[in-house]
Design a binder for this molecule. Structure first.
Ligand code: GLP
Length: 263
């Protein structure tokens, strides 16, 4: 795991956007695993701007989103399909037929999980998986106790998550109680994982994820098992890390970060 700390949210977002667009330039038919949430809105704005200004071409890119609320139609404005179209897909030249999000309306959730896993496999696996982090430490909607071997399936959302995402639905009570989500095992199979965490509200969970014990109570801690994982934070989200100087020295010293140091 590598931990990259940037001064501002904007700097952290710009770094992740550059890593992703560089990967798209290098492999035009890349398969990206995508995430949702407030943090990603800024990232998708930046990627859309880079598409426009730097002519980054997404026409051959395939994508798989992490998760979807169970019970929401793709047309529902709180669905993650609606979110992705609105924040990213409608602003870049991706072919929507190559964009995938688990169905929230297939009542057979076991079948839906199998279909989604088969689609990922058919696409040759995920080259890069982008992640945010929930206050429970969830990645996707892998709430506490998710098996590190789990694959795409239905999960019940934790009370902390219902409260965190409640404002989008009017209240925690109105928030769907279950979601389809890629499993921790699905995420760990990606070629590279990039987590973006910004803001002071993420400082506690980032410190636990990075420097605390590996535990299924914090799904993100499973990322220590991934051989190519980077976590990009702004200073606010990195505030409670004990070893910031060490992480900064790696970024300053490792030649592979050279092109990204001034971003
Ligand atoms: C939702 C998504 C997660 C995401 C989280 C973070 O719960 N299912 O994948 O990490 O939101 O949200 P935010 O960026 O708004 O803090």
């Amino acid at each position: 795991m590598e931990l990259i700390i940037r001064k501002t949210t904007q700097d952290a977002v710009k770094l992740v956007a550059t890593i992703i667009t560089d990967a798209v330039i290098e492999k035009p038919n890349i398969t990206l695993g995508l995430a949702t949430g407030g943090t990603m809105e800024k990232l998708y704005d930046k990627i859309a701007l880079m598409h426009k200004e730097e002519k980054i071409d997404f026409s051959l890119v395939k994508s798989f989103n992490l998760d979807e609320y169970i019970g929401l139609e793709p047309t529902d404005k709180n669905s993650y399909r609606f979110y992705m179209n609105h924040h990213l897909f409608d602003k870049i030249n991706i072919d929507k037929r190559n964009t995938h999000i688990p169905s929230g309306v297939n009542e057979d959730t076991l079948e839906e999980g199998e279909i989604y896993e088969a689609l990922i496999e058919e696409a040759g696996g995920l080259d890069i998986q982008l992640l945010g982090i929930g206050l429970t430490g969830h990645i996707g909607f892998n709430e506490p106790l998710s098996s590190f071997a789990s694959r795409t399936r239905a999960k019940t959302l934790a009370p902390t998550t219902l409260a965190q995402n409640g404002p989008y639905f009017g209240s925690a009570e109105k928030t769907p109680k279950r979601a389809m989500t890629m499993g921790v095992g699905t995420i760990l199979d990606a070629g590279m994982v990039i987590m973006l965490a910004t803001g002071a509200s993420k400082a506690d969970i980032i410190a636990k994820t990075v420097e605390g014990p590996i535990t299924p109570m914090i799904s993100a801690s499973a990322l220590h098992f991934h051989p190519n994982c980077i976590i990009v934070c702004d200073e606010a989200a990195a505030e409670k890390l004990q070893n910031k100087d060490y992480y900064n020295s790696i970024f300053e010293t490792d030649p592979k970060w050279e092109p990204y140091r001034n971003i």
